[in-house]
Ligand binder design. Structure first.
Ligand code: HEM
Length: 338
């Protein structure tokens, strides 16, 4: 009888406590859970400070490197997970970075500089994937965004193929395409809205705006300007990006300077987005409602807190962890010699 009672209570615990927690992912078995805040606290105690100093040094010479580092993490994590595959350089130009979707990607030299110092301090310990994640975190804080802990322990991946980067979102993607690209990385509508708000900092080349201004397919045939752009704003955008000038740059967050704030969401809501994928967030009820929610009341702190959480979530996409998987590269731009 005692044995029956014991098994019964065991089953009750499994059914009422363990299964729901597993379903919620609270005690999941995913590899991402092996990431931990302070992973290097024993093996390389100054790792995080060294990365922060490298970012600070680079930003002292060129503050535009901060947004570039934030973008670098997005482009790393969306393609086969956060494994530094975006840093691999290929003599035959067939690595991820060579894909057109990575056009204009910058900041790799900051990761290389941090890595070189870390190899002096603690050889073979700190992965390039973690340096990317830490540098992006530091870039957010240094532009006036939230400060937050980043779990570490990623290992570097062993492949980097040009075509793999086709999965990266494109500036011309519709809201449904953006949603499905984010969903493929385990990210939902809220993550899409929050992470797109990273465009509060940084600039875009006119290359990514030209189709909205001159190449939008018009209902009556032919091509012209996206009709959703308010007329005075269209004139402003055309003045900044005249036909044929693809390299001129303009801020992604109109009129808000280079600091991190929520004005990008206000701009999206008012039809003043710069690139089409940002404007697309106002085109579905669900994402528009999320944008509105972050703009209501004393929202700035909630936006910053949730942005930080979304960054941590993005930073755990498809991570490689554990001694038996991947490697810690000697140099971030090349796989280790076998
Ligand atoms: C939703 C899909 C996204 C699309 C289609 C997209 C597209 C773009 C484009 C076209 C640029 C301009 C690139 C250039 O001309 O140098 C850009 C810049 C940037 N993106 Fe995104 N992006 C997306 C999501 C994200 C995410 C999730 C993040 C980070 C969390 C991010 C961070 C940035 C930053 C910080 C810049 C400015 C880079 C600089 O100034 O050097 N983007 N993005």
């Amino acid at each position: 009888m005692a044995a029956v009672a014991c098994c019964w209570s065991y089953l009750v615990v499994v059914a009422t406590v363990v299964l729901p927690l597993l379903l919620l992912g609270v005690i999941g078995v995913s590899r991402a859970q092996l990431l931990q805040v302070g992973f290097y606290s024993d093996s390389c105690p100054d790792a995080e400070a060294t990365v922060a100093a490298a970012v600070q040094d680079a930003a002292a010479n060129d503050p535009t490197i901060l947004p570039a580092l934030l973008r670098l993490q997005f482009h790393d994590c969306f393609v086969k997970g956060c494994d530094a595959s975006v840093l691999i350089r290929s003599a035959s130009n067939d690595a991820e970075v060579d894909n057109g979707r990575n056009q204009g990607l910058r900041g790799q030299e900051v990761v290389d500089a941090a890595k070189a110092q870390l190899e002096d301090q603690c050889p073979g310990v700190v992965s390039c994937a973690d340096i990317i994640a830490l540098a992006a975190r530091d870039a957010v804080a240094m532009t006036g965004g939230p400060s937050f802990d980043v779990p570490t322990g990623r290992r570097d991946g062993l492949t980097s193929n040009l075509r793999d980067a086709d999965v990266l979102p494109d500036a011309g993607d519709s809201i449904s395409v953006l949603r499905s690209r984010f969903a493929a990385s385990g990210l939902d509508d809220r993550d899409l809205v929050l992470l797109t708000a990273a465009h509060t900092v940084g600039t875009t080349a006119c290359f990514f705006v030209k189709d909205r201004l001159y190449g939008y397919p018009l209902p009556g045939g032919g091509r012209g300007a996206d009709p959703s752009i308010p007329a005075p704003y269209l004139a402003e955008l055309k003045a900044r990006c005249p036909p044929g000038n693809l390299n001129a740059r303009l801020p992604l967050d109109r009129g808000s300077g280079s600091g991190f704030d929520d004005s990008i969401l206000r701009n999206i809501r008012s039809g003043l987005a710069v690139i089409a994928s940002d404007a697309a967030l106002a085109s579905s009820n669900a994402t528009r409602a999320l944008v509105d929610a972050y703009l209501q009341g004393p929202s700035a702190r909630r936006f910053q807190r949730d942005f930080a959480a979304a960054m941590v979530k993005m930073g755990s996409i498809g991570v490689v962890t554990g001694e038996d998987a991947g490697e810690v590269r000697d140099v971030c731009s090349a796989f280790n010699a076998s």
